[in-house]
Design a protein around this ligand. Sequence first.
Ligand SMILES: Nc1ncnc2c1ncn2[C@@H]1O[C@H](COP(=O)(O)OP(=O)(O)OP(=O)(O)O)[C@@H](O)[C@H]1O
Length: 204
Amino acid sequence: MEVRGLHHSYRRRRVLRGIDFALRPAVLAGIVGENGAGKSTLLKALSGELRPDRGTVGRRGSLGYCPQTVVLDDAFTVRQHLDLFRAAFRLPDLRRAHEVLETLAFTEYLDERAGLLSGGSRQKLNLTLALMHDPDVLLLDEPYQGFDWETYLRFWELAGALRDAGRSVLVVSHLAYDAGRLDELWRLREGGLTRQDPRAGEVT
Ligand SMILES: Nc1ncnc2c1ncn2[C@@H]1O[C@H](COP(=O)(O)OP(=O)(O)OP(=O)(O)O)[C@@H](O)[C@H]1O
């Protein structure tokens, strides 16, 4: 994925002011920034959900996008969500979805309605829906929000395995106390990205 000269404003608020950024295959990258820095706006622009005022986003391969706001239908069960997305992605089976569900220790909830799931469980479903077609490029907006510690660790295992399998993985978060797990780290501040050393210790 290659991003050049991305600008975006909401009325007078200039949120993105010239973002240049490349995400290569087999890289686990992170973008951190304070609340309101524009991280979700950037991911929306990268995913195509938002059309930026200026700039280009180039991408090769399929995309998996896990937005910050969970988009689920409360009346549908977990299984029904998987079936809907399987049809949308035109997948022959749910093999990959079940692998992800197992990694996230979520298989026992298959027949639960989404409206009855806890916040962390909804997020597990949100993440599974983004990963179930095994996309080449993954854009994950605060993907571990609401996760307990065990699930949080499993998330990073999953992200590392995807990177090792050659996928490009971008994780966006307001905190980066686990930056050491990343290959590349950027900070979004005042509308621009600056590269940071992920091994430089605590970055907040
Ligand atoms: N649809 C919108 N209309 C107007 N302003 C918006 C809209 N979406 C976001 N903003 C503003 O743009 C700025 C960046 O928001 P954004 O959600 O991208 O930040 P963020 O870094 O993801 O924040 P957080 O860490 O709180 O999720 C904020 O000041 C926000 O209020």
